[in-house]
Design a protein around this ligand. Structure first.
Ligand code: G3P
Ligand code: MG
Length: 243
């Protein structure tokens, strides 16, 4: 069965990367949650997509210029809808505390391809260890140096390079960056690429698959997982129930 990962939580119904979006993903029956991690000014891993606060909070400026304490006071929900005004930028620790007892998979994307947050890999691994989440987490990043670093720190945790398109024989590249799986943009998945991944036994979890046509196509290929903003729709397509 192809797993369904909720992209930034159930981000079409709730503000992305907030506890509301993660709780909704669990209620929606997603098999896994994808989220983005950066570091606050005082080095706390926090969950937010952009390097700036501007788009998804009521504050302007770089995430890296605010302490975690300051981030907890920022409204990260009203931009989406007034009813989410009590949502804040969650810490990774707070999120792990919530998810650890629940039967759901996790994909942590290290958002360090623009800013190379020093210590992000180490801190993320320590928290995953603390909450016993290593066996059901895959760490991905567009920064593939970071994935190699992770592998040196922990030989067991699954890692996956994120990429957009155009990598020659990406199943070979996955090995080159010491990873076990790949997270490609779904638009790059021509049949010969899907075939190559299958032949080399490399699991893939493409992003961000929101069209039902693509969902059905990828389920038919029997890939490992899809990452989508619409976990409920994806479940219906997977069950053959239509949208
Ligand atoms: O991890 C899959 C996807 O989230 C990668 O792109 O920009 O949505 O973080 P982005
Ligand atoms: Mg992401």
């Amino acid at each position: 069965m192809t797993y369904i990962f909720a992209h930034r939580g159930s981000s079409k119904d709730c503000p992305e990367n907030t506890m509301a979006a993660f709780k909704k993903a669990f209620e929606d029956g997603a098999d896994g949650i994808e989220l983005d991690v950066q570091l606050s000014k005082d080095g706390v891993p926090v969950i937010i997509h952009d390097e700036k606060l501007d788009r998804t909070t009521n504050t302007k400026g770089n995430v890296a210029d605010f302490t975690y304490e300051e981030l907890t006071k920022i409204d990260a929900g009203s931009w989406f809808s007034k009813k989410f005004g009590s949502e804040h930028v969650p810490s990774l620790q707070m999120f792990l505390e919530w998810i650890a007892p629940l039967p759901i998979l996790l994909n942590i994307e290290l958002k360090n391809n623009v800013i190379e947050y020093s210590g992000l890999e180490d801190k993320t691994l320590q928290l995953l260890h603390q909450y016993g989440m290593e066996k059901r987490t895959v760490i991905s990043s567009f920064n593939h140096y970071s994935l190699v670093k992770i592998r040196k720190m922990n030989p067991y945790i699954e890692t996956a390079p994120l990429y957009s398109s155009g990598i020659f024989e990406p199943w070979e590249y996955v090995r080159a960056v010491c990873s076990q799986s790949a997270h490609p943009n779904y638009k790059s998945l021509h049949p010969y690429i899907l075939e190559g991944f299958k032949r080399h036994n490399i699991p893939i979890r493409p992003y961000t698959v929101n069209s039902q046509k693509w969902m059905a196509y990828l389920f038919e290929w029997g890939i490992e997982a899809i990452i989508t903003d619409y976990p409920i729709i994806a479940r219906n397509v997977r069950n053959g129930d239509g949208p």
